[in-house]
Design a protein. Sequence first.
Length: 498
Amino acid sequence: MIIIALYALGLLLSLLVITYFRISRGISYRGGVPRVGPPGVLGYIKTALQYTFDAELVITKGRADFSGKAFVIPTLSGPVFFLPPKYLEIVRSSNDDVFNEPMAVSEDLQLPYTMDVHQMENPYQASVLRTDVNRAIPSFIAEILEESNLVMAETLDSSGESKSITLPVFNTMTHLIARISNRVIFGTKTCRDPAFLRAIVRFSETVTLIAPFVRWTPWIFRRLVYIALSSILGGKQKPLRFIVPLLKKRRADDKLGQEHDKPRIADFLLRAASPQEPLEGIAMRLMNINFGSIHTSSIFITQVLFELALLPRGDLNSIREEVMDALESEGGWTKTALLKFKKIDSALREVGRYYGLMHFALPRISVLGHDLLDGTSVPPGHRVAIDMKAVHFNPQVYPDPDRCDLFRFAKMREDEEGASSKYGFATPDSNYLPFGAGRHACAGRFFAAMELKIMLAHILLNYDISFPPGVTARPANITFNGAIIPDSKAQMVFTRRQ
Ligand code: HEM
């Protein structure tokens, strides 16, 4: 009993000390960049709490108070130097010695606890995605399509008399993405194993929930907090128990010269790894790829479905016609046919512009500090990020920016000659940042685009989609700690088409 009381007291004292230092760092940084919210410690805490649950409110206030200038957002993890679009180019083009990305990701996801440290020290999983996986995309199309057909028939087809089924969209899409992605990450058997799917989905869904709490905790208690939260919410241990034996078998097969039916992403990673790397480390990289895929793509497809459900029937049919024309002219589901799904591509790009994953882009640690050339500066070691909405809602670039127009980019492609890939979903540019930009721009974006386009085309060709009776507007998003997440309770009706 005494030991527990002493432990609790120790925890409380450390929390107070660390919170004090964090706050004093938050209110006493140098460089003169103004901070949003009331002054002083209480002002910092109040605004940081507000940001945690309503980032938009705090950012909008910052934009209004310090128009066109950098401002500091207080967060529970320390101050964030929020930079207007004019600083995008310098952050985008700088290397990690100046504005460091792995450090920011590692902090955000608390990698030493939620995964491991090695994958950020030598992130070859990103290079494998950029090379082997991108090259293999055309060969993945048939498998992605087959798995979509199977899992959608199992999930979206009603088993009763009625042709309709009502489902929570976000959770359903998360499950579909996990299964379809893992068809090409590990293969048919693993992707259809319900226990594996449960473990990998729980892991991917909860990393971003667990990480902030670990990050807000004094470092000496972080492991404890991770163990406690992951035992409730689901951490890395369960998926590891599936993946490590799988890798062991694949490596043994490779040594015996036994060919697999088809190389999967797991094989690409095994071949890129040094022979000394423990299988657990490779497994963790594959879990990171799973996280990268499941967490993001499920949000995008859900946002598109929410918007599609409100489109007039004529517009929906025009998307279906474009898909059917492309399949017919290309003789089936090929890479070139997918390139012709311009309306689906445009819908994906528009939800990226309008909603995105976060309120900010390009989170980086300013290693050396940065002179903002207006009499203020970012001190060394502090976090910067670009104001994403200031970029995505610029009326000079995007007329009528407050309207989510799924056909916006398809029209821009038509209006501008030679702009075909320029406005494609997976093309980042200085006016489009959901995939980040520069040397660290999302390594899986071509994979995501291929998978999402196949899934959406398949849903549209085979199902009518609508909100349940009485729902006339799309469900509001939930925001937490700067992230934008679709409402997981929102439901949609899927009705098999003739
Ligand atoms: C709609 C889907 C996706 C979105 C919106 C998205 C978004 C992002 C963003 C914002 C970044 C950080 C870029 C930066 O800070 O400059 C990133 C990096 C990354 N993403 Fe994605 N992502 C998606 C899908 C995927 C998929 C499917 C995979 C894996 C198959 C993946 C793997 C990665 C990896 C490995 C990185 C790190 C790249 C590096 O640090 O060099 N992503 N992604």
